[in-house]
Design a protein around this ligand. Sequence first.
Ligand code: G3I
Length: 366
Amino acid sequence: MKKLFFLSLLLSCVLQGAMGQTLKEAFGDKLLIGSCLTTPQLEEKNSPTLRVLNEQFNAVVAENSMKSMYLQPKEGKFRFKEADRFVNYANAQGLKVTGHVLIWHSQCCPWFFTDKQGRKVTPEVLKKRMKSHIFRVMRHFKGRVIGWDVVNEAIMEDGSYRKSGFYEILGEEYIPLAFQYAHEADPDAELYINDYNEWYPEKRKTVLKIINDIRRRGLRIDAVGLQGHIDMYSPTIEQYQATIDDYTKAGVKVMFTEMEISALPQPGDVLSANVSDKAAYKKELDPYTGGLPEKVQQQWNKRLEDIFRLILKNREHFKRVTFWGISDKYSWKNDYPVPGRTDYPLLFDRNFERKPVVDKIVKMAR
Ligand code: G3I
């Protein structure tokens, strides 16, 4: 009887300890754990987002302000004010900052690919523009940012290259070139390739080819970012494990860079994080406007636990886990791929309360 009493006392102490612990306390000795942040969240008075960010996380990434259309809206005219505010704030709070993103087809300034007459620029001009963007941006933030998403979302699910402006003008060569410029610009910065749906074997095959090619040229590539915009069903944990195995065998680390788990039905068969893949609003695609039913919440909790079990199992290969936001209230998933829905994809609810399942995650880390 006495034994049972002490055992349950011990168990409740362990549980209470886990409940009191923050995510960064639980994971800090294993990997970086972070969130993205928008400029309005940074500037909001008594920002609940900042309160939770500083209390729970040790890493941060700008959700938008370091994308090329904001940093260099006109050729040669760089605007660093907004991004500087973000980076300076994060540095002062001791949060590790990752730069997102140098070369990406989306939110890229349209002038990048055309001349004054609106004609496609030559490969030489595009190379010059890429180099000057990468050099200027990376040198500006040198020492304040630990690493960069150098190339984002370059490969399609079938393994082909996305027909972006970069690809159309420079072909496959634009990716190793971007890594070469990035390494020259700041040899101390970590360099990453970042993408979504990397569990598609054909897509992964091409990314692996790119990684090997970059390394063969003696260039730096530290990790592959698995964005992690997922739902309750896809991908399976086995598919993620195969992805992690393939990438780590190629000699790079992995990271979840934009993690969230949508609780809503998807409009199509294929999950996407490509911003232009939108679908029309239908009531049946938005079933939980009044709150998540307990059964669905339990299913969501299990999915999150499975993901963290996977992360912990592979922890020597993981550099970082970054969520694409803090509170469900501000998740981009409320408007993507269907606008105006009520989703529940993050670790903190609409009142910025930590979801009870996070205690379990913290306990798992211990
Ligand atoms: O800045 C304008 C503002 O002036 C205007 O009033 C407002 C009206 O819609 O739009 C604002 O721009 C929006 C921008 O976010 C900043 O809030 C754009 O319309 C909107 O499309 C843009 O969405 C971002 C999206 O990337 C665009 O590419 C999302 O916030 C951001 O979460 C999302 O993040 C991407 C990652 O960078 C890469 N991986 C996929 C991920 C989700 O798409």
